[in-house]
Design a protein around this ligand. Sequence first.
Ligand code: B12
Ligand code: SF4
Ligand code: SF4
Length: 392
Amino acid sequence: MEWAKLKEDIREAAPILGIDKIGFASADPFTELKTRLIRHRELGRESGFEEPDLDKRTNPALLFENPQSIIAIAVAYPAKLHNPPKSEPGARRGILSRSAWGEDYHKVLRDRLARLEAWLKEHVPGVRVESMVDTGALSDRAVAERAGIGWSAKNCSILSEDLGSWIYLGEMITNIPFPPDTPVTEGCGECTKCIDACPTDALVGPGQLDSQKCISFVTQTKGFVSDELMRKIGNRLYGCDTCQTVCPVNRGKNWTHQPELQPDPELVKPLLVPLLTIGNREFKERYASSSSAWRGKKPIQRNAVIGLGNFKEKSAVPDLIGVMKEDTRPVLRGTAAWALSRIGGEEALDALREVLQSESDEEARVYMERAIASLEAVQIGTDDAPSIPRES
Ligand code: B12
Ligand code: SF4
Ligand code: SF4
């Protein structure tokens, strides 16, 4: 079999298989990446969502017997909402990051990889493959970079000149010795727009992320969030797109051709108040098919509370008081206290004082006490209320 010819045939078949970009890489160990990942861990910059075994993450031979190549795929997704509903006083809305629009990308990419696998099996008897998307051991970005899908940009994304960074990545280790493609040589040049725009300075250097500071990560946590980070979350319910929306390479790029990835504007820019009390069944019906649901409804509800606080949405005070009084989860009660202190007013302060009397959770109490102190400081005209402590 002529592997170079097969490679070109696959490239030709890719659009029919629903793949927007395809590249071929060697299956050699990712030696430099390993050094980088060790340093990343030492500096405490991991998110905790990564595969913990650094050998597995950087050596395809530990995942697949005698690997000969890796095929990297990219599928492009939309960046703009058509007729987005308005977020306005009395009807505030949150936003899901673009990576959570439409159907869960894991499912979509697995489907594309399955189609590719079927194509390969039809053309190459004895072919062996192992596919992965996001939750596999390999670094999807490192594979994509090696396979020439795009360059590793200053915002950490794989950025393609033609598709931008609005691409999901997946890969397939194979036993076929495809000649490798060449990594892309373009780069970000002098531009630093993403680093400058990051709300939390999580991009600590070009291509270097402190995940613990990254809003995308914080929106996916389940616990209490520090005052500083809650303010910066804004109305984000899941994920963060800021370092991509400011990128000049992404300008004008909006991919509407993948049917499963098209968003329902009401779902991805939902009203915040109804989310506070959404039941399990309704949450499942609305969000189970989105990649935003993988951590359950708690982080999204907590972020909805934070969003209302950041909007200083007065009309939501009774709803937030309801959460503070009735929600069974201390994180929701404490965060509602924070939101009420952001909005302010007598009604909020009275409710905080009342609820504190019966609150039994230590951490929720701390948030309530701080909220009361901050509102009392406003009442008496001092502004030196202690801020809510950082997450430990
Ligand atoms: C953990 C994780 C996160 C964490 C940490 C992200 C991070 N940057 O490390 C959190 C929760 C914060 C996150 C957020 C997001 N994620 Co994420 N995430 C992952 C996951 C599971 C692992 C990433 C990882 O190992 N990071 C560790 C870093 C150190 O390694 P790396 O980025 O993989 O590899 C690069 C660096 O090591 C760098 N590098 C190597 N050597 C050196 C040397 C030097 C000196 C430097 C500077 C760099 C460098 O080059 C490698 C290739 O780019 C991958 C899926 C996967 N299995 O790979 C998805 C993945 C990276 N995420 C993805 C997406 C879409 C996002 C978000 C955009 C979602 C959102 N809208 O909120 C944000 C973007 C945040 C950002 N600026 O990176 C996509 C990226 C697609 C793309 N076009 O690049 C992936 C690939 C999922 C997928 N299969 O599509 N994510
Ligand atoms: S996703 Fe948001 S918080 Fe994270 S690096 Fe990008 S801009 Fe910063
Ligand atoms: S904003 Fe500029 S520096 Fe950041 S990824 Fe885009 S081109 Fe690169």
